[in-house]
Design a protein. Structure first.
Length: 336
C-alpha cells in the first residue's frame, strides 16, 4: 500500500511508521511543508505521487497541539483550533483531489461532552494507593464507559473546548467527503497517550500529565527537593493508553475499517490523577510532599470511554496494562 503520513516525526507518528515497514511510505516533514498552507499540502501530495504514485491512503497525525497539555490549550484556544481546522480541511480536500481511497484521521476524547450521561463502573481512587505499594488494586463504583454515540450530546469541557470542537469538525468533514466524494474517511477517537518517546519538556505551556510529573519527580530527586507542585486537586480521573497500543489500532483500522462512524481507541483502566502522581513518585523514588495547586484547573473531571466497538470491528484491545506501561515510561526517561 502507498501511504502518505503526516506527523511522522511526532510521538504517535514514529510508533505508526515503525509498523508500516512493508508499505511504501512518504512522510512530508513539517518544514518546509506547513500543512496550514494550501500550496504546501498540494506539494506534499505531488511529491508523494512523483516518488511512489498516488497514495492509496493518508494517515493524518499532524497537529499543532503537539505535546501540549491543559496549559497550552488554555493559553492558545483560537490558534490551536483554527490551525487544526485549516490543516484537516486542506488535507482532506487534497486527498479527494488526488483520488486517495482512504483517509485516517485521529480525534481526541477531549471532543466528548464535559458530562456525558454515565452509569456504574469501577475506578481506582487515590485513597486506594499507598507509597509502599505503587499499584494497589482497588475498586469501586460510578460509571459505564461512554460509547461513541454520545459524542455530540453536549459541549466539551471549557478549557479544551476549542480543541475538542476542532476534532469534531474533522469527523464532520470526513463524513461529508464520504457522502460527496466516496472517500473512506476513518476517525479514531484516541484517549490520553503515554509511553517511551513522549514529549518531556520543562516549558510551562507544554507537557501532558505523565511526562510532566515524571520530570518533576526525577528532577526533585536529583536536586534533593522535598516538594513538587501539581495542578488542580488530583481528583479527576483518566484512562491512559500506551503508545504501542494506539499505533496498533491505527494500522488495524487502516486495513479493515470502512464506516463513517467514529471508533474509540482507549483503555478502560481508570486512574485518578492523585493516584497517578503517587505511582510516579514511587517509581522515581521521590519521597517528598506533593502540593496541589487548586488555583489551577482540574480539566475534565472524568474521562472513561468504551472500547467495545474497537474490539468488535477492529479486533483490537489494549495489551499493555497501566502499571506496566508507566514503569516502562519511567525507565525509558531515566535512561535518557
Amino acid at each position: 500500500m502507498k501511504i502518505l503520513i503526516t506527523g511522522a516525526s511526532g510521538f504517535l507518528g514514529r510508533a505508526v511508521v515503525a509498523r508500516l515497514q512493508e508499505h511504501e511510505v512518504y512522510a512530508p516533514p513539517s518544514k518546509p511543508f506547513d500543512l496550514r498552507r494550501e500550496e504546501a499540502v498540494l506539494a506534499a501530495f505531488a511529491n508523494m505521487k512523483a516518488d511512489f504514485g498516488v497514495a492509496d491512503a493518508v494517515i493524518h497525525l499532524a497537529c499543532p497541539y503537539g505535546g501540549g497539555g491543559i496549559a497550552y490549550a488554555d493559553a492558545h484556544p483560537f490558534s490551536l483550533a483554527s490551525d487544526m481546522v485549516k490543516m484537516d480541511a486542506l488535507m482532506i480536500q487534497a486527498a479527494v483531489r488526488y483520488g486517495v481511497k482512504t483517509f485516517l484521521g485521529v480525534g481526541s476524547v477531549c471532543a466528548y461532552p464535559e458530562e456525558p450521561r454515565q452509569i456504574k463502573h469501577s475506578v481506582r481512587r487515590s485513597s486506594d494507593v499507598t507509597m509502599e505499594g505503587a499499584f494497589v488494586t482497588s475498586l469501586d463504583y460510578d460509571d459505564v464507559p461512554v460509547p461513541e454515540a454520545r459524542l455530540f450530546e453536549g459541549h466539551p469541557e471549557p478549557i479544551n473546548s476549542s480543541y475538542g470542537l476542532a476534532k469534531r469538525m474533522q469527523l464532520t468533514l470526513l463524513q461529508a467527503a464520504r457522502k460527496e466524494h466516496g472517500l473512506n474517511g476513518i476517525h479514531l477517537i484516541l484517549a490520553n497517550l503515554y509511553g517511551p518517546g513522549d514529549k518531556f519538556s520543562t516549558g510551562t505551556l507544554v507537557g501532558h500529565v505523565i511526562p510532566a510529573t515524571i520530570m518533576k519527580c526525577v528532577d526533585a530527586v536529583k536536586e534533593e527537593k522535598d516538594e513538587i507542585v501539581c495542578w488542580g486537586d488530583g481528583t479527576p480521573t483518566r484512562a491512559f493508553l500506551y503508545i504501542d497500543d494506539a499505533a496498533d489500532a491505527i494500522v488495524k483500522a487502516l486495513n479493515r475499517y470502512d464506516s463513517p462512524e467514529p471508533v474509540n481507541i482507549c483503555s478502560e483502566e481508570e486512574i485518578s490523577i492523585k493516584a497517578l502522581v503517587t505511582d510516579i513518585a514511587v517509581l522515581t523514588r521521590f519521597r517528598g510532599h506533593v502540593t496541589w495547586d487548586t488555583s489551577k484547573p482540574n480539566g475534565q473531571m472524568r474521562r472513561l470511554f468504551s472500547n467495545a466497538k474497537a474490539k468488535r470491528l477492529l479486533d483490537w484491545q489494549p495489551r499493555v496494562p497501566y502499571a506496566v506501561g508507566l514503569e516502562r515510561t519511567v525507565e525509558w526517561y531515566a535512561d535518557q
